[in-house]
Design a protein around this ligand. Structure first.
Ligand code: UN1
Length: 508
């Protein structure tokens, strides 16, 4: 790990603030980053004070004045070069993601791959920031719309995807002509610093204005400063519903724009015709991958009564084969939770399942002994619980899967939709009527609805996000770029008269 930290230029005490080219130590409290893998301290950073924050925002505002005038395809070229740098540093950055956050090395590398993919996407997008043209109702008039950059974009990211979610926002925002101020999770500051280091050379060699890519480490107060700051027209926030509501309220009070990607409570429906050879691995990956700490993790399994016992048995068997341990060791399936607080919330949820009359098909357990010294490792578990139980309505960021039985597809869809969150959903069926109903307007109410693949592991090409308490935001692919820009409608009169719209006569 030493060599990797060195290559990524992370020192034992690292600066917590950066404007891209310049970095400095904040005057706020010290933030220590511990690895959930082995409990070791990796490095520390000094958080931002309010003065540090203001200095960064001011730099970002200055940078925006110049950056917005750089042609979009030129901005795309800079993002292309960033993608090349992430290709070159994929192993190191992926390893640090795995070590600081605790996800498996495969998934850490996959996360860096998401950065590379969104860079490629953004490069193409930089020549496709299309507006529409309209036919005017008036003679000798032309109407069209164009998209202009917004300004400073605040990005608040979560620990579970410490670098990919930043890149979905930043790469698009940059080609759109915005500048970014990133507040990473205080649980994973070092992966964020590493990203700044990886792109630094690109910023320097292209003489990108200092302040286009800013980083501010710190806790809740930094998030509040961003949410309340009129100098930040868009705040993109990923995290809990509680945090998202606070951000939306503060941004809404000043009529700013927010992009929210909050909690999920994702379900898979397993219909009688499901191909279980495909369904079982999808369920297991969805429920235990990233130790159940994805927004898209599978939390509820709604299984048809006719195959319920078979699915239960096959899942129990699959869970029995899971290897839990050091995520950097590729033989392990499941790594640790992010910290011991997360373990406490796993335990609290387990207690609530028991209180609400739930039964564990695969038992929960906090692991101890050699290899588990950090105290962050838990066993993935499966519980049979009534779908209406209060705990089932709630997103616990841990590998806990609820098993629910259904009789009719309408009932299964009602159960699947019967939670406050609306991020991801899936059905396993070979019956076209069932899959089409699930995807129809009376089917899944989620932002993501899949057939014969699980709830997690979305590609960057689609718009990512969800409804209800998930916050309604869409990031990444499709036309998600529009949220980073302002639309301007233009009407041009090239004639010699002044006809008014709606046929109104006004003569002077
Ligand atoms: C998240 O958990 O915040 O679909 C993002 C997935 C990943 C992204 C998850 N591509 O699981």
């Amino acid at each position: 790990m030493e060599a990797i930290l060195k290559k990524l230029n992370i020192q034992s005490q690292s600066p917590g603030l950066s404007t891209g080219q310049q970095s400095w130590e904040g005057r706020g409290p010290l933030l220590e980053s511990y690895s959930p893998v082995d409990g070791q301290r990796i490095a520390s950073v000094h958080e931002a004070s309010r003065e540090d924050y203001d200095r960064v925002i001011q730099k970002a505002q200055e940078a925006y004045q110049a950056w917005r005038q750089v042609p979009a395809p030129k901005r795309g070229e800079i993002v292309r070069q960033m993608g090349e740098r992430f290709r070159a540093y994929k192993t190191e950055l992926g390893t640090l993601v795995s070590y600081e956050m605790g996800k498996s090395l495969q998934e850490g590398l996959g996360e860096v791959q998401e950065i590379i993919d969104i860079c490629d996407f953004a490069v193409g997008l930089s020549r496709q920031l299309y507006g529409l043209t309209m036919h005017s109702e008036r003679p000798s008039h032309r109407m069209y719309e164009q998209w202009h950059p917004l300004g400073v974009v605040g990005i608040i990211s979560a620990f579970n995807f410490p670098v990919a979610v930043w890149s979905w926002n930043a790469m698009l925002a940059w080609v759109c002509g915005d500048v970014c101020v990133w507040k990473p999770s205080e649980k994973t500051p070092l992966t964020a610093l590493a990203c700044q280091q990886v792109i630094r050379e690109v910023l320097e060699s292209n003489e990108v204005p200092e302040g286009v890519s800013c980083l501010i480490t710190g806790g809740r107060s930094v998030g509040e400063w961003l949410a309340n700051d009129v100098r930040v027209p868009l705040v993109s926030a990923t995290g809990s519903t509680r945090m998202g509501k606070a951000v939306a309220e503060a941004v809404g009070r000043r009529l700013g724009r927010s992009l929210l990607e909050l909690g999920g409570n994702n379900a898979i429906i397993v219909a009688p015709s499901a191909d279980l050879e495909v369904a079982i691995p999808a369920i297991v990956f969805g429920a235990v991958g990233t130790a159940g700490q994805r927004c898209t993790s599978t939390r509820r399994l709604i299984v048809h009564a006719s195959i319920y016992d078979e699915v239960k048995e096959r899942l129990s068997k699959a869970y029995g084969q899971l290897r839990i341990g050091d995520p950097l060791d590729e033989h392990q399936h499941v790594g640790p939770l992010i910290d011991t607080t997360a373990v406490e919330s796993y335990q609290a949820t387990v207690a609530e399942i028991e209180q609400s009359g739930g039964y564990f098909v695969v038992a929960p357990r906090v692991l101890d002994g050699p290899g588990y010294e950090s105290g962050c490792y838990v066993a993935p578990c499966i519980a049979e619980v009534a779908p209406t139980a209060a705990i089932v309505q709630h997103e616990t960021f841990a590998p806990i899967l609820y098993l629910i039985r259904y009789e009719t597809l309408e009932e299964a869809i009602a159960i699947q939709n019967g939670v406050p969150q609306g991020l991801s959903s899936a059905i396993f069926t070979l019956n076209v009527r069932e899959s089409e109903l699930f995807l129809s307007q009376v089917g899944s109410d989620c932002g993501i609805a899949n057939v014969n693949i699980g709830t997690s592991g979305a590609e960057i090409g689609g718009a990512f996000g969800g409804e209800k308490e998930t916050g309604g935001g869409r990031e990444s692919g499709s036309d998600a770029w529009k949220v980073y820009m302002r639309r301007q409608t233009n009407t041009i009169n090239y004639g010699t008269a002044l006809p008014l719209a709606q046929g109104i006569k006004f003569e002077v």
